[in-house]
Design a protein around this ligand. Sequence first.
Ligand SMILES: *Cc1c(COP(=O)(O)O)cnc(C)c1O
Length: 377
Amino acid sequence: MSGTSTFLGGGITVDLGAIVRNWKALDTVAANALTGAVLKADAYGTGAEAVGRALYHAGAKFFFVATPDEGVALRKAVPKSLIFVLDGLVPRTAKDYAAHGLMPVLASMSQLTEWLDFCLSQNKAIPAALHFDTGFNRVGFRQKEAELVKRELDQSGFEPQMIMSHFACADQPSHEMTRKQNGLFQGILAHFPNIPASLANSAGLMASKDYHYQMVRPGISMYGGRAINGRPNPMAPVISMHVPILQIKDARIGETVGYGAAYRLRRDTRLAIMALGYADGFFRSLSGIGGQVGGKVAINGTFAPVLGRVSMDMTAIDITDVEGLVQPGDVVEVLGPNLGIDDVADAARTIGYEILTTLNGRFSRSYVNVPEGLDIT
Ligand SMILES: *Cc1c(COP(=O)(O)O)cnc(C)c1O
């Protein structure tokens, strides 16, 4: 990602050392399982190639991406790792997966047939995994297809690398669906006694050892996000974002701010206009229009609330109560020590995942705490 903030200043900082520490902490929690790493959506917006290199350097060998294109890009960064493609097998592209050493996570009978036919045509068993749906109703074989899958595998002599499924509700600790899905998963595994299994995302990993099986697949926790709602988040924060102020102006009580004149000032107010809007991933739902919680940023350790609607490229904040001189060109904290991704997500009525993956705006991204001896360029 190339940023264009050379003139403006500000930018996004990714703490690569913190991602590595988080992965190692998760690896310790799942001590009896292998610990994979989910790098889909450009490693949740933090940069899949740099993160892949750093984690591989730290000992990670199993990576998960969503699309085959993400897999091709990641392959260059981590030549020797195993890369699983969660979207499954895109029809008529088996040879491309094989050419880049990507493992499809096969999710339907037609995908399985296509992969087995391709293996036959190449006269070798090319590794792939299988995804069973245990109630999520996203991709995956139906439970009742387990027997049929088993028969196909027996006939062809093909052994999948792994059988996996995915939790729908592991972020809600007491949700009954999690235990139910685990039970269904065990029923499926009974058909495939010697194949490694994987069920847990970050929340499942943290919830119980019962869900670890042979491999865990954390994503959000590595990036510092909250995996389980209503519990303290033990992970180290990873991302910070600072943006510059373009202009400062004093406005009078009764004047309105921004599109739709949606906020009317209740006092004489000093406004700062930031070079930040929804095109940068600062959600429009962070608008400050009274009556509901809006967004805020931090300046000199003080919070400054958003006033009026967030527009595409600019947003007004109230700096009346901020101490110290604030001038155009100063940068304010949008994400960082005072504002975690989940704080912003809660205010925007979304989740940390969406905050992270929509940060691909105009601000350049740089890495700090790059592990010693690691080349990420
Ligand atoms: C995204 C994803 C994960 C990682 O989930 P987190 O909640 O970010 O830990 C694991 N498995 C599958 C199949 C996924 O799609």
